[in-house]
Design a protein around this ligand. Sequence first.
Ligand SMILES: [Zn+2]
Length: 258
Amino acid sequence: MEMDIANRVSVANRLIPTLPRPKDPTRIAKRIPEANNLLAALPRKECRHLIDELEQVALTYGEVLYEPGEQIKYVYFPNDSIVSLLTLVDQHQALEVGLVGREGMVGVPLALEIAISPVRALVQGTGTAMRMKATPFLKELRRSQPLQRELHRYTYTLMAQITQTAACNRFHVVEARLARWLLMTHDRMQSSPFRLTQEFLSHMLGVRRVGVTKAARTLQQNKLISYSRGNITILDRKGLEAAACSCYEIVKDMHDGG
Ligand SMILES: [Zn+2]
């Protein structure tokens, strides 16, 4: 219990900086890089309201937060963790349709008052997140216009990401999709190297492992990444951006509000 309070205080310190609220919410996130951007964009008064209901949790690579058809018991605001949204086909084939990190929230259906998850939410990058139970979240959402505004905006960008990904999976080659996906992961983790097995990547991209190996080898030969035993390091960020398909910039601009 004491740990809990200590945790909340440390979270409060992070979410409510003693700085005046800047007009550009991304400036807060830049000053407190470990905090969730969506929460950081809320006015301080709103943050204080939410703090009591938020708890910091550690999310571990491979952990499943929801399965399709399951009830959403918590929403998650990732700090430095990353969560993949996967659609299941024929019960056993999974394909990533969205990626959520510090810019957003896991459990968006609840923001639309739907308590069931249509996707599998799988932790792809170990780190922390702020978690809130469904009932207090709905209560806060109905009360708080700034929270509604942020979630409407985020839901729109997530929808855009999902629709772009659907087209990307159909039309763009594996190498360009892998480059895009590594950039999206890098943006959210803000660190490199990160750990990713070929098996995991093949699920994320919906291709066989041999396809992932070939694409990773090409990126490596062009000195854009180094890839060894599941550890990926980005060596040339600009080069990787040039190798990625156009979907990367389109979705990024929407998240950045451009
Ligand atoms: Zn694409």
